[in-house]
Design a protein around this ligand. Structure first.
Ligand code: ZN
Length: 285
């Protein structure tokens, strides 16, 4: 098993064991695991929907056209009840990451940055050198409020209080809260470190002037909603799917197809154009 997958399974296993041992007596260890697992799954799913599907493909690359109310609802629900991420700062950093991938000006990581340095940068990224966020939706009231640090502190404090009351124990609530954020840091490291270091994964497009790699195993693909197919994505950032071959497992695309079936999203012209050298017969969307 690859080191990144092993790390991910260890993080999840340790988290569940910690939930089992920290759950209060009135809940018992098995309810502790179920509750901790449910909180982890909720934060993972909302985070994937918010960052990978909505902010990434819906706003940063304009590959998908979501209903405006849906974008705003996902932004508010994720940032209140799951793990807070400033939407405007995220879109800006992501656009600069594509513009300057692995070079000066990439807020996520420079080519020479190692494992621990990149982990520090997941929390404290490089300063953004320009602003690329003129989109109308990013200037809407919902987004301006969601990007406000006071909003972040208030809603995350309320959400922790709610978790504490549900858990019935401060220790158990703290284990779920920090454990889930450690899992989120691992997800972030898949995207920023393991798929941006040439030692891991594979390349479909060899000549690209960056370190973007594809990682295709089940756990990283599912955890990142397919954002770990970085070499594909950096080569054609506008395409609405990150898998470039039917044999590549693509969990993120399955979630987008489900949202399309529910009438929440449609493709943009940019998103649905398959470039000539992508070995897909049809988009399947
Ligand atoms: Zn991107």
């Amino acid at each position: 098993m690859k080191i990144y997958s092993l790390t991910g399974y260890l993080v999840i296993f340790s988290y569940l064991v910690a939930c089992m041992y920290s759950a209060p007596a009135q809940l018992g260890p098995w309810t502790g695991i179920v509750m901790g697992g449910a909180y982890l799954i909720f934060c993972w799913f909302m985070g994937g929907l918010y960052l990978a599907d909505v902010l990434h493909l819906g706003i940063a690359h304009r590959s998908l056209d979501y209903k405006k109310w849906f974008i705003k609802a996902v932004t508010v629900v994720n940032n209140t009840f799951a793990i807070y991420v400033d939407p405007i700062a995220w879109v800006n950093r992501h656009r600069l990451h594509h513009k300057n991938s692995d070079h000066d000006g990439d807020p996520n990581k420079l080519s020479g940055d190692g494992f621990w340095r990149t982990m520090y940068l997941c929390v404290m990224p490089y300063q953004c050198i320009e602003s690329l966020t003129t989109d109308k939706i990013l200037h809407s009231r919902t987004f301006r409020v969601a990007a406000n640090p006071i909003f972040a502190i208030v809603v995350q404090a309320l959400s922790f209080y709610l978790l504490w009351k549900l858990a019935g124990s401060l220790k158990f609530a703290l284990v779920m809260w920090f454990g889930t954020r450690i899992f989120a840091l691992w997800v972030n490291m898949i995207q920023n470190y393991w798929t941006h270091t040439r030692d891991f994964g594979y390349r479909r497009y060899y000549d690209d002037d960056d370190n973007a790699m594809n990682i295709g195993e089940w756990l990283p693909v599912t955890s990142t909603f397919s954002a770990c197919l970085q070499n594909n994505h950096h080569h054609y950032p506008g395409l609405l799917r990150l898998s470039h071959e039917e044999s590549e497992y693509d969990f993120g695309f399955l979630t987008v197809k489900t949202m399309k079936a529910l009438g929440l999203v449609k493709a943009t012209a940019r998103g649905e154009t398959i470039p000539e050298d992508v070995p897909l017969q049809a988009l399947g969307f």
